[in-house]
Design a protein around this ligand. Sequence first.
Ligand code: FE
Ligand code: FE
Length: 390
Amino acid sequence: MGKIGIYGGTFNPPHIGHIRAALEAVEILGLTELLVIPDRIAPHKELPVGSASPEERVQMVRLALRHRPDVTVSDMELRREGKSYTYETVEALARQYPDDELILLMGTDMFLSFHTWMHPERILAKASLGVFCRGEKGEVQAIAQRQAELEAQGHRVYPVKNTVVDISSTDLRRLLVFRCADPFLPEGVGAYIREHRLYGTGDDYRGLPMEALEQVVIRLLKPSRVRHVLGCRDTAGALAKRWGADVTDALRAGLLHDVTKALDGQLQLTLCGEYGTILSDFDRRYPKTLHALTGALVAERIFGENEAVAEAIRYHTTGKADMTLLGKIIYVADYMEPNRDFPGVERLRELAFTDLDAALKLGLEMTLEHLKNQGSEVSPQTKQALQWLG
Ligand code: FE
Ligand code: FE
């Protein structure tokens, strides 16, 4: 009797986290065979722009696992018409492998909500469950409790403690547009994606007209940040008119200022590494503020923006000494765009149109105050900016 693992997922696209988890499950559970089964994506579900076709997803997973004779990539889900449920897949596999133990692999969240799936009892009648976990305390306890309940009913649950790679397919699609995804792609998959121009990798983003730029930027942001960014763009445009700066530059810088913000600290460091940027000690300790630096790099290298726009984005969180007019405008617009709401924002809005330097100074001082109250370090550039303003 063999042990057969079943590993489903969308794999849009597959990343090294998927592949590592799959291979660790083979090792830890002593699987004789692993079936990797890309899911059908329901037709009504809106797909990210440039997504791979079902066949391309299968092809990418096959490429990623081509060296493993013990892994089979199956297109059985993709060939099925209409809605498909896990219990149907498990029952079909049980007919195909009547003498083997099937182990359905899933993440912790999935396992903890397993009772809400369609016909969990029919799944458990034919398969054991394998649960990927990070080994954090609360998580281990939650799994152990559910495991005990299921085992009391005669089912088998195997926790699979695996190395977690902090990457999601969503972030990977962002990194693909920034041309920095290689560290997270299994060998061969990056080349395949580029060759087939998937996920927008074949597009030229340089010098896009405003509306097209807006569409691309919105795809790269978290939905919750879109309003802020559009507010910042409009405010930057209005301030540029008021103070005689280049309005187009202001609109573009406003639109792009947070373009990499969706990526967390670790991914910010990856971006810097891929762009060959040398970081200061402060940057390394506070990777959150790096989105200003990586945003500037992306604006210049991916979107082909001019130096003035890139520099304004570069200093939009910290400020610096000798800021340009555009730099001041973006800093202030980011602070007081219409969606911002904090004590003092009205004063800042007033000053922005009457005394830009005073608005900038007030913003820098509020940041300094806020960081001190939080017990965080203040960027040397913020201090220099304040000294420069006097
Ligand atoms: Fe920002
Ligand atoms: Fe912002």
